[in-house]
Design a protein around this ligand. Structure first.
Ligand SMILES: Cc1ncc(COP(=O)(O)O)c(C=O)c1O
Length: 324
């Protein structure tokens, strides 16, 4: 184990910074029993040369979390800026010198039995953990189209990142792994391509990008948005947002997954059919390389997307919060 991972881990829990082992909830907690929490997954990237950790698009993650909170009738007393300050303080306390995942969760905390969201207090917790690659991207991914359909906007809205809806993700992912694949692509209720199990999907067709729309029951990803922006600005590659048929995946020039966890992951085989030439395509490679640099704060014109953790020590703004 590296020396970095031995640092004391802290969590933000019920309004205080506490050692992670003191952040405990009752087994009666509503969110545990009914999945009534909303969460985010944020990455912070260690830059060895800069000796700093960069949190990627933190504000955008908390803006999305605020929308999830609204949909699920959760109360959150913290502003987006205060939530960002809490994360910075947590990372400054833990001092990781390695790539790190940040997991905020806002949840219903009632201890009563019954699924209602009303008259049900809300709480917030945030923890951080060292986090490397989610996929072996060098090998590319071999995936299947899942027989599980994506949850629908009229069931559990996928544009909200609701804990309970990840039972859907878990079924699709687990069945794919158990069948010998790396991951799954899920279709929406109309049979069109939605996304990967826990990441968005792009395909390359006639040299441009194509991705499913918000009404395809995707989580509208921050990585997806990031890619569309720099693909256009840096490489002049446009993105078409439209409904995708399953069979288009088989004839695409390139396919890749993207997400905070997944980062950029080339998909080389779908349902035992080779995608393109069966190796990482030229456009996927360009996007992969660019994303790796942007997230580590290496490209100045995109540095408004990253928040340095240690350069910010001492000048972290927002509400003063006690350490217990
Ligand atoms: C279901 C689902 N879709 C897409 C994404 C990608 O979203 P983002 O790029 O904001 O991480 C995620 C990851 O959070 C996810 O869980």
């Amino acid at each position: 184990m590296s020396s970095e991972t031995k640092n004391t881990e802290y969590a933000f829990f019920e309004g205080d910074f506490v050692p992670i082992d003191n952040a405990k909830i009752s087994i009666k907690t509503h969110a545990l029993q009914y999945g009534t929490g909303v969460f985010e997954g944020i990455r912070a990237y260690w830059n060895e040369e800069h000796q700093d950790l960069y949190v990627f698009r933190m504000k955008e993650h908390f803006q999305r979390m605020k929308n999830s909170i609204k949909i699920m009738r959760i109360d959150c007393k913290y502003s987006t800026e205060e939530l960002c300050s809490i994360v910075l303080k947590l990372l400054q306390m833990t001092k990781p010198k390695t790539d790190t995942y940040v997991r905020p969760l806002a949840y219903k905390a009632s201890l009563r039995v019954g699924p209602g969201l009303q008259d049900n207090p809300s709480e917030l917790c945030i923890f951080t953990t060292p986090f490397g690659a989610y996929f072996k991207v060098d090998e590319g991914l071999r995936v299947m189209v899942s027989s599980w359909r994506r949850v629908d906007d009229n069931a559990i809205p996928p544009r909200a990142k609701v804990s309970g809806s990840y039972a859907n993700t878990a079924l699709a992912k687990t069945d794919a792994i158990c069948a010998g694949f790396d991951d799954a692509i899920v279709l929406d209720q109309t049979g069109h391509v939605s996304e990967g199990s826990a990441m968005n999907l792009f395909m390359v067709q006639d040299g441009h990008l194509v991705t499913s729309p918000g009404h395809g029951n995707i989580l509208e990803g921050i990585t997806r948005r990031t890619i569309m922006e720099f693909a256009k600005n840096e490489f002049g590659i446009e993105t078409e947002i439209r409904t995708i048929d399953r069979s288009e995946l088989y004839t695409a020039e390139e396919v890749f997954f993207c997400g905070t966890g997944a980062e950029i992951a080339p998909v080389l085989e779908i349902d035992k059919r080779t995608v393109g030439e069966g190796k990482t395509g030229e456009i996927t490679r360009k996007i992969f390389d660019m994303y790796a640099q942007v997230t580590r704060g290496e490209i100045e014109r995109y540095n408004h997307w990253v928040t340095p953790v240690f350069a910010e020590s001492g000048k972290s703004s927002g509400k003063k919060l006690a350490v217990k």
